[in-house]
Design a protein around this ligand. Structure first.
Ligand SMILES: Cc1cc2nc3c(=O)[nH]c(=O)nc-3n(C[C@H](O)[C@H](O)[C@H](O)COP(=O)(O)OP(=O)(O)OC[C@H]3O[C@@H](n4cnc5c(N)ncnc54)[C@H](O)[C@@H]3O)c2cc1C
Ligand code: FES
Length: 253
């Protein structure tokens, strides 16, 4: 893990309330694996003592992207950064997705901004020659912020919106069984709201290996403060360093 002052290369508004920050740091770009995150200091004054965690969304020559949904003061600060600004970042941190080994076909399942680490994973799976399908849900068409990017890296995207403005209408979990039958995957990788992850985990239990990326509020981000624990079959584990990706069968929901 490194602590760097990364320079903002660009800050693009993707849709209202979602920004893509491109940050320059060859150390992080070279080491980051899909599912790992960075811990970002969102401002200089005492209002911003705690860093905020964000998944590595993509990497390219010497830089990496974050996909940020604006929900509070830290993410508002990040959304207002300009090219050339510097950002204090620790990372890459945590245990990412395990995607080596003997499998052919995977189904990636993303709810909302949970898509962020799965685009990076989809790119790596494509490099490895794996067949990859995507089940992608959001409240509205506007919330499917990575649809265009995904169409170039995965075989097929199965889209679901709660208001029916694009793809199937309803909750993503209502269509998990259908997508599972259609693609017949031998691995599942999921990121999104915890309730969605729980239902995906329950649907796959005892059939196909399933990995989930969990979210917790984090303070230190380095395994010291225990503010981020989750319950597993082996006891409490720290989401920041023992995760954020876990085998779904380990989690006590
Ligand atoms: C491992 C990990 C990876 C993440 N990756 C991304 C990502 O790629 N893109 C992205 O937009 N967000 C991501 N998040 C969530 C992001 O860290 C929070 O949205 C962010 O910290 C909010 O900061 P804020 O100061 O804007 O909000 P605050 O002012 O701190 O809070 C605003 C609202 O957001 C809620 N909130 C704050 N932190 C979290 C959290 N960790 N989980 C759930 N709710 C929270 C608060 O309860 C409050 O309702 C990730 C979280 C984790 C743990
Ligand atoms: S955030 Fe401190 S132990 Fe995980």
């Amino acid at each position: 893990m490194h602590r760097v002052k990364a320079r903002v290369e660009s800050n693009a508004k993707v849709v209202h309330g979602v920004h893509r920050l491109r940050l320059s740091s060859s150390e992080i770009a070279l080491e980051a694996e899909p599912g790992q995150f960075v811990h970002v200091l969102c401002g200089e004054n005492r209002d911003y003592i705690l860093r905020r965690p964000f998944s590595v969304h993509r990497v390219q020559n010497g830089s990496f992207d974050l996909l940020i949904q604006v929900v509070g003061k830290g993410t508002t600060y990040l959304s207002q950064l300009e090219s050339g600004d510097a950002l204090d970042i620790m990372g890459p941190i945590g245990r990412g997705f395990e995607f080596t080994g003997n499998f052919e076909k995977s189904l990636l399942v993303a709810g909302g901004i949970g898509v962020a680490p799965l685009v990076f994973l989809a790119e790596r799976l494509r490099e490895d020659g794996k067949e990859t399908h995507f089940l992608y849900g959001a409240a509205t068409r506007e919330g499917l912020v990575c649809l265009e990017d995904l169409s170039t890296v995965v075989q097929k995207v199965f889209s679901v919106t709660e208001d029916g403005s694009f793809g199937y209408e309803g909750l993503l979990t209502e269509f998990f069984g259908e997508a599972f039958q259609e693609y017949n995957p031998d691995r599942i990788f999921a990121c999104g709201p915890e309730e969605m992850l729980r239902k995906v985990a329950e649907s796959t239990a005892g059939t196909v290996p399933c990995q989930v990326s969990l979210e917790r509020k984090m303070a230190c981000g380095i395994g010291a403060c225990l503010s981020c624990v989750c319950r597993t079959r082996e006891g409490y584990r720290r989401v920041c360093v023992d995760g954020p990706v876990f085998d779904a069968s380990e989690i006590i929901w």
